[in-house]
Design a protein around this ligand. Structure first.
Ligand code: PMP
Ligand code: GLN
Length: 383
């Protein structure tokens, strides 16, 4: 068959989690918690499974859930959004990202991403007929200082640039944006027709007393932005695949034209349950930074005496570790070898980069209980 995605293989998440299962390794590769969602939320789902929650939800999402999302956006980011015209519940962030890309990108358009970039972006751009332009977040492979090089962004923009995809807190590096970054970004895209797709699935996992700089906060950027988030990260429920897109009415109208044909609507009982749970438990997401910051600190403390070098993540539930002092092997084979030989699975960073970089960094997910983190770290410390 003539492939539409000839350069695309199987996602690294399936490969590494598959290998971890095969080797019975501790799986710190794919980002998923080892703990369950709150029992009260599970009880609500059970309730809706037993009471009228099993038929199609509205195409745009269950109204009380959209209302709860709009209220959260107003409370956290001071943005008043229209519940009916600017909020859409989608089939995980993945579908939201895909639909926003299909809605904006025409054949021949250019889309800018920052490497290392989440692996679903570029294939979605290709399917829309667009071309992905990759800008690295670092100057060189051994540089741990990940940040946007604004000059390179300015240089990359031209009349074909249609979309800019940003992801902060950033997977895999854990880097976050500052409010000055938002202003700089606004200066750069002002007077262009560029749309922004802001992947904010880790919006509630920001550390060290910092605030999440959602693009929803910025009056000028908001006008051209699709903000995507996911309940999977916030409620320890990555397998539910329920997320949402918040975008100005004109953008949302185009987004929904795609969304309705990708999945039409999203799993009903979970939407009903989240519609009750989200507005009644603001303390859950308010406490999430502390919850994960403790896990980050624990993991960093446990690997502090290893031969890995690192900078503690500023957000997300991932920690990057650099193994330059241990091995010169390339990161994909080293990650596989660690999985087989010491039973700890991680994600190699080079697969998120277009340029073949000599990365010596691996990403470890610390959304795990202490016993798993302790055992994994003990094995890593032996290297
Ligand atoms: N974007 C990023 C940066 C992610 O890490 C993930 C992780 N799953 C997603 C999107 C996809 O989210 P979902 O599982 O809700 O589709
Ligand atoms: N976002 C998850 C991660 O970064 C993986 C989700 C997926 O498997 N596509 O680990």
């Amino acid at each position: 068959m003539d492939s539409k995605l000839p350069a695309t293989g199987t996602t690294i998440f399936a490969i590494m989690s598959g290998l971890a299962a095969e080797c019975d390794a501790i799986d710190l590769s794919q980002g998923y918690p080892s703990f369950n969602p709150d029992q009260a939320l599970l009880d609500l789902i059970t309730h809706y499974l037993n009471h009228d929650g099993n038929q199609y939800a509205p195409m745009t999402g269950v109204p009380k859930l959209r209302k709860a999302i709009a209220e959260k956006v107003a409370a956290l980011y001071a943005r008043q959004v229209d519940v009916d015209q600017e909020v859409t519940v989608c089939d995980g962030a993945t579908e939201g990202l895909f639909s926003a890309i299909q809605a904006t990108v025409h054949p021949g358009d250019e889309v800018i991403v920052f490497d290392p970039a989440y692996d679903s972006y570029a294939p979605s751009v290709t399917l829309a007929g667009g071309k992905t332009i990759h800008i690295p977040l670092t100057a060189s492979a051994d540089d741990l200082d990940y940040h946007i090089d604004w000059d390179r962004l300015r240089e990359a923009i031209n009349e074909r640039t249609r979309l800019l995809i940003v992801n902060f807190p950033h997977n895999p590096t854990g880097v976050i944006l500052t409010s000055e970054d938002l202003d700089t970004l606004a200066d750069i895209v002002r007077d262009t027709g560029i749309y922004i797709l802001s992947d904010e699935v880790y919006e509630h996992i920001v550390f060290d007393g910092q605030d999440h700089q959602s693009l929803l906060r910025h009056d000028e950027l908001w006008e051209r932005t699709f903000v995507i988030s996911s309940f999977g990260k916030t409620y320890h429920s990555t397998g539910w695949k329920v997320g949402y897109c918040v975008a100005p009415a004109k953008l949302t109208a185009e987004f929904r034209k795609i969304h309705q044909w990708v999945c039409y609507t999203v799993v009903s009982p979970i939407q009903h349950a989240l519609g009750d749970y989200l507005p009644s438990t603001p303390e859950h997401y308010a406490e999430l930074p502390r919850f994960y910051e403790e896990k980050r600190d624990r993991f960093c403390e446990l690997v502090a005496n290893s031969r890995f070098t690192f900078r503690p993540a500023n957000g997300t539930f991932f920690q990057m570790l650099d193994y330059s002092k241990i091995s010169t092997e390339d990161d994909v084979s080293y990650a596989k070898r660690l999985t087989r030989e010491i039973g700890v699975a991680s994600i190699p960073i080079s697969v998120f980069c277009a340029e073949p970089i000599a990365s010596r960094q691996l990403r470890f997910c610390f959304a795990k209980d202490d016993a798993m983190l302790e055992e994994a770290a003990a094995r890593l410390c032996q290297l």
